[in-house]
Design a protein around this ligand. Structure first.
Ligand SMILES: [Zn+2]
Length: 253
């Protein structure tokens, strides 16, 4: 049993037996891991294990079993996020998606930093309406990091480029991106996509996360984007997250 130190994001934390906590971390060095923090429930140490938070942990790693947390230092508790139910609901959605879609112990530093930046943006964002952009931005970037696309520059079969004056392009979840008018017969479930929506998706996919609060997007385009992303995402990732219901309830309140 080796002692290891790593930076981590707490993605879930719940009581385990009398005084312990069962934690799910997304760590920089080991990917997603489950671990136990013994004897912290009911003590001041509980504060270091509230999620979401950015922490440094020392833990005893065990093969095919739960790791044991020996020390935890709070690097960023994301205070702005914990004080706002809307921000919190979006962070729960992001964390739930990662928890469900990512396999155990697969290190991926790109995913770690994406998750960190998304939580940081949610923590600091001032404009209430901009919070809603976090969801499509995260979904797009998350899909890309996992290798599912979407590929949005040209038809994924014949490589025909999408341009302002070309019509008939469709988005195909099955094909992982765009299909041109000729190739779209390969996937009858694909959705027609406009040049402007495609450009917006491509822009968001490549946008630095910290610039997200400055992005202006009309409400109807935002809604269209969410619908197209739901179609694409549900093909590859688990759907119907519990936290999504909370997101919708607070958004419509
Ligand atoms: Zn084609």
């Amino acid at each position: 049993m080796a002692l290891a130190k790593t930076n981590a994001l707490i993605i879930q934390s719940r009581r385990f037996r009398e005084t312990s906590l069962l934690l799910v971390y997304y760590t920089l060095d080991f990917g997603k891991i489950d671990a136990i923090a013994k004897g912290v429930f009911g003590t001041k140490k509980l504060f270091f294990h509230v999620f979401p938070a950015y922490v440094e942990i020392s833990l005893y790693r065990k093969e095919n079993s739960l790791s044991l947390v020996s020390h935890c230092e709070l690097l960023d508790p994301f205070p702005g996020l914990h004080q706002d139910l809307k921000k919190l609901s979006y962070s729960f959605y992001v964390l739930e998606l990662v928890k469900e879609a990512v396999r155990e112990s697969e290190q991926n530093s790109s995913l770690f930093w994406l998750l960190f930046k998304i939580l940081k943006v949610l923590d600091e964002i001032k404009d209430y309406h901009q919070i809603e952009l976090v969801r499509p931005a995260f979904e797009l970037k998350f899909l890309k990091i996992l290798g599912y696309g979407p590929f949005l520059n040209n038809c994924v079969i014949c490589k025909k480029k999408i341009q302002k004056d070309t019509s008939g392009f469709r988005l195909s979840a099955q094909a992982g991106g765009l299909l041109c008018r000729r190739c779209c017969r390969q996937d009858p479930t694909s959705l027609p996509i406009t040049y402007s929506l495609n450009t917006l998706m491509n822009y968001l996919l490549n946008l630095e996360v910290f610039l997200l609060p400055r992005l202006k997007m009309p409400f109807n385009l935002r809604q269209e984007l969410l619908n197209y992303l739901s179609y694409f995402k549900d093909y590859y990732l688990p759907s119907n997250q519990q936290s999504l219901k909370l997101v919708e309830r607070i958004k419509n309140a």
